[in-house]
Design a binder for this molecule. Structure first.
Ligand SMILES: *Cc1c(COP(=O)(O)O)cnc(C)c1O
Length: 229
């Protein structure tokens, strides 16, 4: 009965991962894209140790985090898990570029020339080049990070001139708008710059993102349940 809510009605994290993987596979099939063409990034920000362990036990290896220090606390002791890939999906301050480079495999939020400069300097110091995505503010929202769409080509060119390996683009569409035009815009900017990776789509809109070519969808609540503020 709906009123006698018990833990048996709450799906486990393993169940949620199964379900998300099936949903991704189905969206790929509908889009006529090959199986495996979209990678599931599990957004583990704010999650407790037990939830991380459950995700790892479910076979998940690609995780997204939005703060450098929080991610250091959560992942430092787990950095040697085989196949683990950590992706930074939140804004990065230039003074944290070296810390981010040390922890993350991929930085998805390059959004300005000065950050590209800082990452290139940090890469020189570390002797290791970061893999990066350029974040595009497709809705040109003032409060949101990301380069404006019309400035994206110049930022990509600048990052490449510094020797940074730009793999693709990332975007977070405005919450109150239809996401499809934003996904389409991101795909167009990627295509004209010869970029393959498209990180777009979250729990509420990942199937649409897959239709528009997402290679990475970033799911938090669909996998772990609601976040506590
Ligand atoms: C938190 C976050 C997500 C996950 O959002 P859900 O709606 O919980 O799936 C995805 N991308 C970014 C950049 C985030 O900060």
């Amino acid at each position: 009965m709906a009123t006698s809510s018990t833990t048996s009605t709450v799906p486990s994290i393993a169940d949620r991962f199964d379900r998300a993987r099936r949903d991704i596979d189905r969206a790929l099939r509908i889009a006529g894209r090959p199986p495996g063409a979209t990678t599931l990034t599990a957004v583990s920000k704010t999650r407790a140790d037990a939830e991380i362990e459950a995700a790892l036990a479910a076979g998940q290896r690609v995780f997204g985090e939005n703060r450098v220090q929080e991610a250091q606390r959560r992942w430092a002791g787990r950095r040697d898990v085989a196949g683990l890939e950590l992706r930074l999906i939140g804004p990065l301050q230039t003074n944290k570029a070296a810390d981010a480079l040390a922890l993350f495999d991929v930085i998805e939020t390059l959004d300005r020339d000065r950050l590209a400069d800082a990452l290139a300097r940090a890469a020189d110091g570390a002797g290791r080049a970061p893999r990066v995505l350029v974040q595009v503010n497709t809705g040109e929202e003032e409060q949101k990070a990301g380069v404006a769409p019309r400035q994206a080509d110049a930022l990509i060119a600048h990052a490449r001139s510094l020797g940074l390996a730009v793999e693709g683009l990332m975007a977070i569409p405005p919450a109150a708008e239809e996401p499809a035009p934003h996904f389409a815009l991101l795909a167009r900017i990627a295509a004209r710059n010869g970029l393959e990776t498209l990180s777009m789509g979250m729990s509420g809109d990942f199937e649409t993102a897959i239709r528009f070519g997402a290679t990475h969808v970033r799911l938090g609540t669909a996998l772990f349940g609601p976040r506590e503020a």
